[in-house]
Ligand binder design. Structure first.
Ligand SMILES: [Zn+2]
Ligand SMILES: [Zn+2]
Length: 307
């Protein structure tokens, strides 16, 4: 069952789970405290937006199961190239709030500049959110550079603000699947997300099941093969290692065929949206270890606009 549906949880339950996990991370890594405080603020804004979206602002999409199944069969993610109307009124507030949180949490003026550019209309919120939803890094980078803004930070705030919407779309499209779509999802053996096409942030391993977790929509899928998720190499060049001998529950898969790496972490259960970012933040030492050895996460995959 490669696509793994994750039950929706109440905001109270999510908050409780997040607090427990943050406490544990803080105990192991007191140095992460400022990063965790910022994450808590950001996730609060993301959750606020998710609650507004739950109130029924999802668009009606005419993407039949047969159509999506054929698309997936060609290796194209469900949302790629689809013109999807964004609920800008619901997503603009978190966009500004995330800028404020980042400005106060260490990103300083760079985040403040982005906030004012959005607030005074120098950057159009709708275009920004659309570029993020369409995973159009080039458009967003150009927009940032022309206005003297940090491209990475602009990408991050847009991603945070759109994440509750793309998460809801992912559940809507892939969760209520038809037989055709189910079969296509069962055959999905790619390293990128079947919903939005992003690479996973981490693999979460629950009871021995290695589940890839999308860094954007939090989609969850399992591969039938144990190989590099980027290039498919399963030979000697693909190695799984635990940088810390005493923490074998936290590993990194590295591939010297393509130079990519993937963090994996053992957990009692898969993280519900938006708590996946906690798995990501608590494994930043694995990113450092992998990058010190010259490995990297590849760029986003581009999909032809019309396929
Ligand atoms: Zn995704
Ligand atoms: Zn590889």
């Amino acid at each position: 069952m490669p696509y793994v549906p994750i039950p929706a949880l109440s905001r109270a339950k999510l908050t409780e789970l997040a607090e427990t996990r943050w406490r544990r991370v803080r105990e192991a890594r007191p140095d992460l405290e400022p990063a965790l405080a910022l994450q808590k603020r950001l996730l609060g804004h993301v959750l606020d937006a998710a609650v507004v979206l739950d109130g029924g602002r999802l668009p009606r999409l005419s993407l039949p199961g047969k159509y999506l199944a054929a698309k997936l069969g060609r290796g194209v993610p469900a949302l790629a190239g689809e013109p999807i109307p964004l609920p800008v009124a619901a997503l603009a507030p978190p966009l500004l709030q995330c800028c404020e949180a980042l400005a106060a949490g260490g990103a300083g003026e760079a985040a403040e500049h982005i906030r004012s550019a959005i607030a005074d209309g120098a950057i159009d919120a709708a275009s920004l959110l659309t570029a993020s939803l369409q995973r159009d890094q080039a458009a967003l980078r150009t927009a940032a550079v022309h206005r003297g803004l940090s491209p990475d930070l602009l990408w991050l705030v847009a991603e945070l603000a759109v994440s509750p919407f793309v998460h809801a779309l992912q559940r809507l499209l892939l969760g209520g699947a038809t037989a055709d779509l189910d079969a296509a999802l069962d055959r999905w053996d790619r390293g990128y997300c079947p919903a939005c096409g992003s690479w996973p942030a981490v693999a979460e391993v629950v009871h021995g099941h290695r589940t890839l977790r999308c860094s954007f929509c939090a989609g969850a899928w399992e591969l039938t093969t144990y190989a590099c998720i980027y290039c498919g190499d399963a030979g000697e060049k693909f190695v799984t290692a635990a940088p810390n001998e005493e923490r074998k529950d936290r590993r990194v898969e590295v591939c010297s065929a393509c130079g990519g790496y993937l963090k994996t972490i053992d957990l009692p259960e898969l993280s519900a949206f938006p708590l996946l970012s906690i798995s990501d933040i608590e494994t930043t030492d694995l990113d450092v270890a992998a990058m010190e050895h010259g490995y990297r996460r590849p760029a986003l995959k581009a999909f032809a606009k019309k396929m």
